[in-house]
Design a protein around this ligand. Sequence first.
Ligand code: BES
Ligand code: MN
Ligand code: MN
Length: 456
Amino acid sequence: MSLEKVLAHIDDDLENSTDRLMELLRIPSISTDPAYKHDCARAADWLVKALSDLGFQAGTRPTEGHPMVVAHAEGSGPHVLFYGHYDVQPVDPVDLWDNPPFQPRLEKTPGGTVIRARGASDDKGQLMTFLEACRAWRAVNGQLPARVSIFFEGEEESGSPSLVPFMRENAAELKADIALICDTGMFGQNTPAIVTMLRGLLAEEVVITGANKDLHSGMYGGIARNPIHVLSRIIAGLHDETGRVTLPGFYDGVPDLPQQIRHQWQKLSFDSKQFLGDVGLSLPAGEKDRTPLEMIWSRPTCEVNGISGGYEGDGFKTVLPAKARAKISFRLVGTQDPEQIHANFVAYVKSCLPADCGVEFPLGHGAPASQMSTENPAFEAARRALSDEWSQSAAYIGCGGSIPIAGHFKEILDMDALLVGFGHDDDQIHSPNEKYDLESYHKGIRSWARILAGLT
Ligand code: BES
Ligand code: MN
Ligand code: MN
């Protein structure tokens, strides 16, 4: 079987590959918003059709939330399970987009051509790199160089409520020799990367309630408790002046950086001035005495992601609000336990609550951090394949974001996860004007074609 021919086919077919991605990008599969439920189902159906055309036995599987997509193709060699997510984040604030988020377009920028749309990088463009690599293998050789199963979910951006039960119920069907995940980035513009360390996540929502209705802040101000003030104190108390999180027990299970990883990271040249400069900042604001890579990859955090209450419209309204709400997330590392931290968080918030105030915790889901062992020979094989494609050796890196399924693959299916992705820091994932470099897409497809060949 000829890899060179497969790569040439990928080059010749890039326009069609891009058109196919554009079709998927036109489906607004926003998983967190019930208004888009039908579109999530449409995205799943679109993938089933695409996989069937590629010779996979493919189907959607209903869940209580959005459907899963599972597919299998026979092939010789090892059995790989490829994972990605077809759901995307909401698009607001929509007026900050330069083009409608679900009308993808190719755009020439100083840095090269980009595919601009919600989901272009997270994760539709990335999951399509793998499908298009399979397409090219089949077109050239009539079959795949490995036995390939596919597993796509449509709830990743909203906490994956159906994922663990589904994996448990379908463990035998999903088990393979290794899991491949394409949902991460490169290290810099031209350095391919394999992520070996992911932070976990605990997401919390707190609603502080006071009076039974919004009040006039002149009539009641001074005598009635203001829930926004209460919430502000709670938030302000979460960090000390050195940037450390103050919750009792928060640092239990936070390890020192393992020597092997410290050495891997020391070799990486990371320009934190540029990293911050690109987003209009200049000074690291987190914990003192940590290297920039530690801050974003291996230290735990607590961040307020949203806050609301009172009057936020144009103009001014002298209101004393009945409620105040914040969404707060913790990034977790090592063996930090999301359930324990949730309990400690709830206890802390309750301990700050004055008389006459109530509190609700409407949301709250978490998953621990995961660390990949790189002993499986697939890691070095993938590293070689990536280095061949990008003419730069591939780096083992950490990732500040969270992909809980990497841990579930290990726990539930006893499978290592190989995380290879082609995103860039400036892809604006979860933000307006998300993009995926056409180069990421093209060389991403070529990379998977090489990795598939290298695994056998
Ligand atoms: N693909 C991202 C994870 C990611 C973020 C990888 C940044 C590389 C760089 C994933 O879709 C994601 O957004 N995960 C969420 C967690 C989820 C439970 C909402 C995250 O990290 O916030
Ligand atoms: Mn993602
Ligand atoms: Mn995401």
